[in-house]
Design a protein around this ligand. Structure first.
Ligand SMILES: [Zn+2]
Ligand SMILES: [Zn+2]
Length: 292
């Protein structure tokens, strides 16, 4: 399939830079939009272009976001005071085992799904043409995705703590009782597929219903969701952590208790489901129940 960006005016061996210059000459286009057009024109195959962009972004964001947490673990003299389970730091061996496992999951499970994303999104009526949607549309849709994913994650994750599902699927993710950034996606391939649907499903379903979801919105959503998952597993809670500004945001403080006490705090981003369903983990949960 050809790219929807007509590149017939461009010589076949045009470089990214040349394509970017051509795109820039078009009026009313932001730098990001020019880059987007140049990217699709360069690859000349939209499925490939979307797949490469999403996969490279996924790797850069995942490992890029883990680097600050690896540095924090390597400098306990500065960061130990912010560590939630301060006596349990991951060893270099733990981090290395995790990196190898995550790379295998990314290449064997996630890469084929990412390549399939383009035809799936076209089927569901998502768009990837220019211009990008307005910022407020992107923001409103992402807030919806966060709420839907959190609900899906709460119930499915809670179900995964049921004996047979735990033993066959979820046990791998609980190998570390004191999580660290890299463990965000340390999970069975089945868990990656099942829980991952909570991230990929909402934009596709919203696209089917409204016909107004753009690939750019999906990429921003996936970026934020990845950062949320990595930060929730970081094992660090700072005076400036998001959960101190947004009181219903869970963050590392919340998810660390899930790994530490094993029961409770099943949601991904927010606290409301656990509070409503009486599944707050650890001493905090007991205190809430006493108060009630
Ligand atoms: Zn769990
Ligand atoms: Zn976890």
């Amino acid at each position: 399939m050809e790219s929807f960006f007509n590149s017939s005016a461009v010589q076949p061996a045009a470089t990214y830079a040349q394509l970017f210059e051509i795109a820039k000459q078009q009026h009313n286009m932001s730098t990001m939009e020019s880059l987007w057009q140049a990217h699709y024109a360069y690859w000349g195959n939209d499925t490939l272009a979307t797949g490469i962009m999403a996969f490279v972004a996924h790797e850069l964001i995942y490992f890029g976001r883990c680097i600050p947490w690896i540095i924090a673990d390597a400098l306990p003299i500065i960061f130990r005071k912010y560590k939630i389970q301060e006596k349990k730091s991951p060893s270099v061996n733990d981090q290395w085992t995790c990196i190898k496992y995550i790379l295998a999951i990314h290449f064997i499970i996630e890469l084929p799904l990412i390549v399939l994303f383009h035809p799936m999104m076209e089927l569901c009526g998502l768009s990837y043409t220019l211009p990008f949607p307005q910022l407020r549309t992107i923001a409103a849709q992402i807030v919806t995705f966060f709420l839907v994913e959190d609900t899906y994650h709460y119930w499915l994750h809670r179900a995964m703590h049921w004996g047979p599902l735990y033993r066959s699927i979820h046990r791998i993710h609980h190998q570390y009782a004191a999580p660290f950034g890299l463990t965000a996606e340390y999970a069975s391939p089945w868990e990656t597929l099942l829980l991952g649907f909570g991230t990929i499903g909402p934009p596709l379903v919203m696209g089917l219903i409204t016909g107004e979801v753009h690939l750019m919105t999906v990429l921003v959503w996936m970026t934020l969701r990845q950062i949320q998952a990595i930060d929730a597993h970081s094992g660090y809670d700072f005076p400036w952590s998001l959960r101190r500004i947004v009181p219903f945001w869970g963050g590392a403080d919340w998810h660390d208790d899930h790994h530490r006490y094993f029961v409770g705090n099943y949601s991904s981003s927010f606290k409301h489901w656990d509070v409503l369903m009486g599944t707050v983990a650890g001493p905090r949960g007991k205190a809430t129940k006493r108060k009630a």
